[in-house]
Design a protein around this ligand. Sequence first.
Ligand code: SF4
Length: 663
Amino acid sequence: MELFAESLTEYKRLKTLEVKVGDLLIGNYHPIRIQTMTTTDTMNTAATVEQSIRCIEAGAELVRITAPSKKEAENLLNIKNELHKRGYKTPLVADIHFTPNAAEIAARIVEKVRVNPGNYVDKKKFELIEYSDADYQEEIERIRNRFTPLIKICKEYGTAMRIGTNHGSLSDRIMSRYGDTAIGMVESAMEFLRIAESENYYNIVLSMKSSNPQVMVQAYRLLIENMQSELGHCYPLHLGVTEAGDGEDGRIKSAIGIGTLLEDGIGDTIRVSLTEDSEFELPVCENIVKRYDPAKVNQQKSNVPPIKNLSKLNITGMNTRKTFSVQNIGGKNLPVVVADFYKKENIRREDLRDIGYKYNPVTDKWNISDMAADFIYAGENKIDFALPGTLKLIYNHDLWKLSPDKANSFPVFNAEQYLDDSLQKSSLINFVMLDCYSKKETDFDEENFFEKIKNDHTVVLCLSTENINAVQSIRRMCLELTDNGIQNPAIIICDNQKPTRAESLIHFAIETGALLIDGFGNGIWLSDHYNDKNHIAEYKFMNSIAFGILQASRTRISKTEFISCPSCGRTLFDLQETTAKVRAVTHHLKGLKIAIMGCIVNGPGEMADADFGYVGSGPGKITLYKGKEVVKRNVPEGIAVEELISLLKENNAWVEPEHALLV
Ligand code: SF4
């Protein structure tokens, strides 16, 4: 093991125990399983069966169904029987919160039961009570007494279990001792795991979900460390980002959280939680998992050298490389976005609209959005109009030499060119490409190169790789730079050869997001060398993806963040429609986190660090929250969006849309 992974320089699956869920095997190098959860009312057998079938046909290898009380747990039998009658034997998972008696019924019916250690026995009151050691131990015994009957049933019926910790629903007891932390999440699961092992029950999968990918990644890594050191083995891990939202943002967030772990061989089953119909989650899962197809990942042996000093890699993601600033890159600056226009000939003012700049010919002014790129790489394509003041130009060296405006245009070199003293350099910024451990043989003098850039405060490194282990390659290079005392900022370049937008999104999100959430990278430069040369829509897509990745990795906030649950049988309103309504009126509120949650039972706990919450509290009723505090209870749904706007106004969190910068 290298810290939390089998290897940090090549793809190797983490060795775990094998878990049997019906006929499906999870962990122990079995393929990464994909799953989803129904959103129908569990008492509506026909609707749940139909949705389960749609999910199974879309690829689900497990289907989870909520069982909020005994009657829903009992109805799982009707659902299972009907599915079997129609030829679908896919294992079912009962989702349990707060109701051990429902779990004990479900465990006799379905193949797996998911319990949340934050609320299986404990009630969440958002109270921070002081627990003495004796009080704490007494509570553990209370959990043991309540949890052991379920373990016994699972053993008797061959039922698997997921101990599924959620960042947003840690018990008051855990919160009082560990706070709202990744360590608290791990300890919450370990308490249940210890009880299960004391009963010789091992058919367990674990999860550590959060709506914040950084917290989620930390928690899984810490859990692996804890399991290894305390138990000497690891249980299979189910990965997911909770309340990821919908559309592009939901997919990016999920891909970053799940992909960061899968890159290091961590994860045996995944779910992408979207506020969309359940079956739409599965193609996203498939696009993520196909990156780790053993036939492909084993094709190319990694040639990334071992990491010299593992202690330099902080598993909590706080690796932020110390960098000096080169103009607006590195140091304390937010990560920059480079828009790659190298394929676009005859670049016109109108083309910049796709990267956040709208030109008004009447006023001769630019309207600049919150998602406006910082640099445009034009390669060999000359731009012959004045760019907006916040957009700087990158040319290949030959063209840059001829540019009259050296204050706003900068050259890009490869490493060999940079070492050539006969080539003219910029006095402000020199972008220097550095290949990270691709297979190509080169006689490039790395030692001399490092020595030279170290003292050159105009150099911004642009890190790229053709190595199949791209994340490992660039991470290894960032650590190498630190080891050599090199503080030049580094931009991560990610090229893409995926044939579809859906796959491109996953590819970009994982290969850059995995580095950003670990604190590497002072900017991102997404390039797309595959698609049609003049496919203009791609520029807008790539710009949006770039800002989405920075937002999801919480390294640069440029828009409202929506934390919305995927909905389930507990949902009290049309979550997709409501999310769209709330988004329509609040999408311009940059930096604000708004949660839209389907039920009052789990919603307030699960909405994590949202600034405001819009939570279903009964049929046609919404309760509005400021942080964790209820501020308007049971507002009729018809006026709830207006009430949310009033609440935002009362808290100075509202900006009229016409005053927001929208392009
Ligand atoms: S918060 Fe949403 S997904 Fe979670 S239990 Fe409530 S309705 Fe279901």
